[in-house]
Design a protein around this ligand. Structure first.
Ligand SMILES: O=C(O)CCC(=O)C(=O)O
Ligand SMILES: [Fe+2]
Length: 304
């Protein structure tokens, strides 16, 4: 009979770590990507009721902005400026992504449509001010919004199977915030997931309210201090450096945007995209969420 060598529990654990890292984890990622997805505080409705396990209905224009052939005119924009913060995951900062006229137009047209923001835990939607305290407004697909949809798709190279979700403006008054969460749900194996996020600042007449990514590394040099909170590089109350803990915090600046990709090529979500809206301490911040939903077409089997 084969007898196993007598190792202490700690020795066994040390042997099992590489087995997990090099064998078990890659296998799970390959075959069960959704199993490894952390619980998501994804904040909107992923309505799978019509077609369980098949992703969302791509003609559902309460969730997606389908290409419906409606003509629209876009103003000639001055153009935006892109700064690369991270290649993996891809995180970019976009100066002047939306013009002042466009931002003001969205602020004006949404002003009477706000209702309390909800969180969704995979089962039910509810208002939970401890997690998310803000109001949100679904935007009509007028010319300005359609031009933004176009800009968001062009920015991503007109990637196929990518659909811009209906856009929401999100307004935070003093003490408004959104606790750390992922925008992705680990649901690609079930049909689709949020591939990318543009966080656009429509109004930033506020103090606080930065968008924080605790797992991203603060870039070197002072050049980024225009866009990032650099004074968080100070020491904490115990005298040790807080930089690692705080990661990166984007200042809300009207017209600018942060863009990041949520999913790897294999469809699994990046843990580095864990992010929050820090509390607004004074004034009002209005953000615009532009999410791109990735849902590859399903191959029909013969005979079905
Ligand atoms: O307002 C922000 O800075 C971030 C908002 C956000 O993460 C979201 O709405 O999913
Ligand atoms: Fe988010």
């Amino acid at each position: 009979m084969v007898s196993l060598p007598k190792f202490s529990t700690i020795t066994w654990a040390l042997y099992l770590i590489p087995v997990y890292i090099f064998i078990l984890d890659p296998l799970l990622r390959e075959y069960f990507p959704s199993l490894l997805a952390p619980p998501s505080d994804i904040d909107d409705v992923f309505d799978e009721s019509g077609a369980p396990g098949l992703g969302i209905d791509l003609t559902d224009d309460t969730f997606i902005s389908p290409e419906d052939g409606v003509p629209f005119n876009c103003p000639s924009t001055e153009g935006y400026r892109v700064h690369l913060l991270s290649r993996e995951p891809l995180v970019m900062y976009i100066e002047n992504f939306i013009s002042e006229t466009e931002a003001n137009h969205i602020l004006d047209t949404s002003v009477n449509k706000y209702t309390p923001s909800i969180v969704y835990d995979g089962k039910i939607e509810r208002v939970d001010p401890t997690k998310r305290l803000s109001d949100r407004a679904l935007l009509d697909r007028d010319d300005t919004v359609r031009c933004l949809e176009d800009r968001a798709r062009a920015f991503q190279g007109w990637r196929s199977d990518l659909y811009i979700e209906r856009m929401w403006a999100q307004r935070y008054n003093a003490s408004g915030h959104y606790r750390h969460h992922y925008d992705w749900a680990g649901s690609l194996a079930r049909g689709g997931d949020r591939f990318s996020t543009f966080m656009v600042y429509l109004d930033a007449d506020c103090e606080g309210g930065g968008t924080n990514f605790p797992r991203l590394r603060m870039p070197a040099g002072e050049g980024w201090c225009r866009f990032l909170e650099c004074d968080q590089r100070g020491v904490d109350e115990k005298g040790s450096s807080k930089v690692e803990q705080m990661g990166v915090t984007f200042k809300p600046i009207k017209g600018n945007a942060v863009f990041w990709e949520n999913l790897r090529g294999d469809g699994t979500g990046y843990s580095e995209t864990w992010h929050a809206a820090f509390p607004v301490t004074k004034g009002t911040k209005v953000g615009l969420n532009v999410w791109s939903w990735y849902q590859p077409k399903r191959k029909h089997r013969l005979g079905r």
